[in-house]
Design a protein around this ligand. Structure first.
Ligand code: FE2
Length: 299
């Protein structure tokens, strides 16, 4: 029993119109019709709902949706969570409708990140089209992208995401670069996408639970074009163009109006579990990714 992919994110933000400009005018996402829960809803592929933005004070991730194959798998996941001692709640029809899914359950991860597990994603009536990202985003079947969570207890995080949700270890980066936060970052996959989740234990309470979320595009030029748009718009760059040694991603990082970062990437290689061997890398980036802003803020 395992989740198949990262389905959607929900963000609570204090400036939705600034997020709208970033997501649509700079990053090239497609705005969908508003959710029945009042969300501004954005698409990256044929799924009706990948990124949902709500007005609020948190300026952080509000919930994360993970997809399972069907109702039997959702029930099995609910049982596994209960047996693991997690307080899992069934989502009602209104919540499922709001999230553009057939069924959903809700549980907090060990750091209190609201985690929604769902089946039956709604497919949009119209094709995904973005004039700003002509190659398109890399989405279904391997999910929306990935994110990095800041956690207080690595073992508890593994017990939830590995032992219950069923993600597998991709690799580690043990960063001791003096110019970057010194971290052990654990990368995990749910499908061939190199990582849908990464997390780092930090020794203090962070201001935000999510460090960044990432979208992947299908051409290198679409990363460069997005970088030019970000610079032209005056959006803060958190890390310049660069390359990750473990997943082979070429990317840059910008700062959202909420203070958490987004990564815009290309080239991420895929994992074949039959031959994959988890490894440990000594640096987050082997070139580029010059750090321009503090990457982790304490509470
Ligand atoms: Fe990333």
């Amino acid at each position: 029993m395992a989740v198949r992919s990262l389905g959607y994110w929900g963000f609570e933000v204090s400036d939705r119109s600034a997020w709208q400009q970033l997501l649509v005018d700079q990053m090239g996402l497609m705005r969908a019709e508003n959710g029945s829960d009042g969300a501004y809803v954005y698409r990256i592929d044929r799924y009706q709902s990948r990124l949902r933005v709500y007005e609020g004070a948190a300026d952080d991730i509000a919930f994360i949706g993970w997809e399972v194959s069907g109702p039997a798998e959702l029930e099995a996941m609910a049982q596994a969570l209960q047996q693991g001692g997690y307080n899992v709640q069934p989502g009602d029809a209104a919540l499922a409708k709001a999230r553009c899914a057939e069924g959903v359950i809700v549980v907090d991860d060990p750091d209190g990140v609201r985690t929604e597990i769902f089946w039956g994603p709604e497919i949009a009536a119209r094709a995904f089209v973005s004039s700003l990202v002509p190659s398109g985003f890399v989405g279904a079947p391997n999910g929306a992208g990935h994110h990095v969570l800041l956690v207080r207890d690595r073992e508890k995080t593994l017990a939830f995401y590995r032992d219950i949700l069923g993600l597998k270890l991709s690799d580690y980066i043990r960063s001791e670069d003096p110019d970057r936060p010194q971290l052990l970052v654990t990368f995990m996959h749910a499908n061939p996408r190199h990582h849908s989740l990464a997390f780092a234990e930090i020794p203090f309470q962070p201001k935000r639970k999510m460090q960044h979320f990432a979208l992947q595009v299908a051409s290198m030029s679409d990363v460069g074009l997005a970088y030019d748009r970000i610079l032209a718009a005056g959006t803060p760059v958190a890390m310049t163009l660069g390359h990750h040694p473990n997943c082979d991603s070429f990317s840059f990082y910008g700062r959202t109006p909420s203070g958490l970062d987004f990564e815009f990437s290309w080239g991420t290689h895929e994992i074949d579990d039959a031959t994959w061997v988890p490894k440990t890398y000594p640096q987050l980036s082997d070139w580029g990714h010059k750090v321009e802003l503090d990457l982790i803020e304490p509470a």
